[in-house]
Design a binder for this molecule. Sequence first.
Ligand code: LMR
Length: 398
Amino acid sequence: MFENIQSRGVDQILAMMQTFKADARETKVDLIVGVYKDAKGDVPVMRAVKEAERRLIEAEDTKTYVGISGDPVFRGQVPALLLGAGSPVIAQERVASLQTVGGSGALRVGCDLLNAVMPAQKIWVSTPTWANHVPIATDAGLTVDTYPYFRPSDRGLDFEAMMAHLEAHSKAGEILLLHACCHNPTGVDMSLEQWQIVTDFVVERGLIPYVDCAYQGLGNGMEEDAAGLRIMAEKVPEMVLASSFSKNFGIYRERTGALSVIAKTPEDLTKTLKAAETLIRSNYSMPPSHGARIVATVFDDADLTADWRSELDEMRVRIAEVRQELRAKLEARQVTQDLAFLTDQNGMFSYTGFNPEQVTKLREDHGIYTAGDGRINVAGLTPENLDAVADGFAAVLR
Ligand code: LMR
C-alpha cells in the first residue's frame, strides 16, 4: 500500500530550513523561519515566561487532562487581548475562545468548523499568503481562492486590486481570510481606513471574516496591531479569529494558540463552541497544558504582565531598528532602487522581491538563507551578520 503514497512535500519555509541544516558553512545566515532572535542571534526565553514557569513547576500538583476547550483562565483572557477589554462584543457575550495547539491548530479547528457548517465553502486568501494557509484550509475541505494583495512594483499593498477582485468575484457566505497585522510573508498591512472599507464590504456582501492574528505586539504594539480587527469585530455579526502566542511570548514549541468565535447571539455562540469541541475531540482530543498556563500566569499577575510587555516592546523596537540599519547599509552600498519598503513593512518579515535566481545566488554564493519566496526574517539580522548580509543583498540587487 505505502509504495503508492504521494507527498505534496513540505512548504518552502520548512524545505529551506532543512537545506540550511545540511549546510556546513560556519558563516551561513538563517533568515528563514519566523522566530524572534536577539542581537546575539539567540531565540531567548522571555523573563516573564521563565518566572511563570518557575511558579508553575512549584505549584503544579496534577497532570490530569485539561479538558477539550483548554485552560479556563487562559480562555477568559484571550477575548480582551484581541478585542480590547472594553469591547461591546465581550459585553454582549457574543465572543468566546478555545485553547488550541498553536495558531496553526486554531486555524485548522476554525476551518473544520466552517467546513462543518458550509461544506467545501470558498475561502479567499491573499496573494501571497503564509505557506501553511492553503494546505490547512484545503485539508479541512474548504475551497481556496485568491485575491490580489501585494504589489511587486513598490512592494506595497494593492488595495484597489484587492477590493475590485473581491467586489467582482466574492459571494455571500464565503470566507475572507485576513492577517491581523505583520502580514506573513509580505510585512504589508492594511491601514485603519482600509480595514474600515473592508469591514463595510464584508457586512454588505455577507462574507465571513476569518482573521489570523499571529504577530500581535511585534508590529506597532499590542493595541495598535489589533486596531484593524477591532474595527471589524464591532461591526460584523459573525467572525472567526485564530491567534498565536508563539511569537509574542516566544513559546513556539509549547504550541499555544486560541480559536475565538464571534456569534450573532450568546445562544449561537454556545452551540458553536459545542460543535467546535466535538471537532477537537476527534482530532487531538485535548490541548496540552504548559503554554496556556504560562500565558495565564503572566496575565494574572500585574508585575509579570508589565515585564512581559516591556520585553515585547524591546523586541519590537529591535526589529524596527534592524530594518533601518539594513536599509542604511544597502544605501551605503550604492543600491539605487527604492528601499523604503524595508522600513515601511511591519513586523518580523520583509518581502524583498528577490526572484528564485536571487534566492539561489544568496544561498549558494553568500550562505544567506531566505525563505524560498524571498521573504526574510528581519529578526535574524544581528550586528555580527548585518554587514555580510548587506554585502550579499547588494550583490544580487545591483
Ligand atoms: C513562519 O512563517 O515562518 C512561521 O509562521 C513559522 C511556520 O510554522 O511557518
